[in-house]
Design a protein around this ligand. Structure first.
Ligand code: GLN
Length: 230
C-alpha cells in the first residue's frame, strides 16, 4: 500500500465557473472536466487536487509552477503550445457570437460595427475580439468570468459577447438569460488538457492513456451524457 506522504498530488487548475465543464454545486465541483480528470487519475493511479481560479490566471499559474495540469474548457492553440503541452483533443467547441434575444440587427460577426462586445480575459474569444477589433469596428470589454460577461449583454450594457458554443448553449438551455446565438461558429476550437511544457512528459502520457481508455470503456460517453443528454 502506498504512503500518502510520498505520493505526489498533482494540482489541477480549473475555471471557477464554466458549466457544463466545471461548476460548484454546494461545496462540490462537478462537470465534464471534473469527472474526466478524476476518472483519468483513477484509471492511471495518480492523485489530484483541484485548484479553481479565473481562467485568465491559469496559464500564468502554470508558468509560476503553482499548477501541474489544467482542464478548463481550454482550447488548444499554437500560442499556448509555446507554454504548455496539450493532451489529445477531448471536445469540439468553437466560438460563437451571442446577443440579446430581442436583437434583430446583429445576425453575425459582420454586423458588429460600432458595437460593444463583451469577452472573458485570457480566452480565445477575447483574442478573437481583440485581434479583429479594428477590422470589425468593435469596442472590446473584458470580464474575469463568464457569468459577468453574460450579465453585461443580458442587461444591455454590451451589445454582444463571444463565448464557446457548448458553454453558452448549455447556459441558455439552463437559465432564462434572454440571450441567443447568431451566425456560424467563428472557428473550430478543440479542448485539450494542458501540462507545463517539457516538464511533465510522463504525466502527459498517463493523461493520454487514461483518456484513450475512458473512450474505449464507455466512461467518456457516459460522462458527456450525464451533462449533455443524448
Ligand atoms: N475555450 C476558451 C479558451 O480556451 C475559453 C475557456 C474558458 O473560458 N474556460 O480560451
Amino acid at each position: 500500500s502506498k504512503s500518502a506522504n510520498s505520493e505526489k498530488v498533482y494540482k489541477v487548475g480549473v475555471d471557477t465557473t464554466y458549466p457544463p465543464f466545471e461548476f460548484k454545486e454546494g461545496d462540490e465541483y462537478k462537470g465534464i472536466d471534473i469527472e474526466l480528470i478524476n476518472a483519468i487519475a483513477k484509471n492511471q493511479g495518480f492523485e489530484i487536487e483541484l485548484s479553481p481560479m479565473d481562467f485568465g490566471g491559469i496559464i500564468p499559474a502554470m508558468q509560476a509552477n503553482q499548477l501541474d495540469v489544467a482542464i478548463a474548457g481550454m482550447s488548444i492553440t499554437d500560442e499556448r503550445k509555446k507554454i504548455v503541452d496539450f493532451s489529445t483533443p477531448y471536445f469540439d467547441a468553437g466560438l460563437i457570437v451571442v446577443v440579446k434575444e430581442d436583437n434583430t440587427t446583429i445576425k453575425s460577426a459582420d454586423d458588429l460595427k460600432g458595437k460593444k462586445v463583451a469577452v472573458k480575459k485570457g480566452t480565445t474569444g477575447a483574442k478573437y475580439a481583440v485581434d479583429n477589433a479594428a477590422k470589425l469596428g468593435i469596442e472590446v470589454v473584458q470580464f474575469n468570468d463568464s457569468p459577468a460577461m453574460f450579465q453585461e449583454v443580458s442587461n444591455g450594457n454590451a451589445d454582444a459577447l463571444i463565448e464557446d458554443y457548448p458553454v453558452i448553449s448549455y447556459a441558455i438551455a439552463q437559465k432564462d438569460l434572454g440571450l441567443k446565438l447568431v451566425g456560424d461558429r467563428l472557428n473550430g476550437d478543440q479542448y485539450g488538457i494542458a501540462v507545463l511544457k517539457g516538464e511533465n512528459k510522463e504525466l502527459l502520457e498517463k493523461i493520454n492513456n487514461g483518456l484513450a481508455e475512458l473512450k474505449k470503456d464507455g466512461t467518456y460517453d457516459k460522462i458527456l451524457k450525464t451533462y449533455l443528454g443524448e
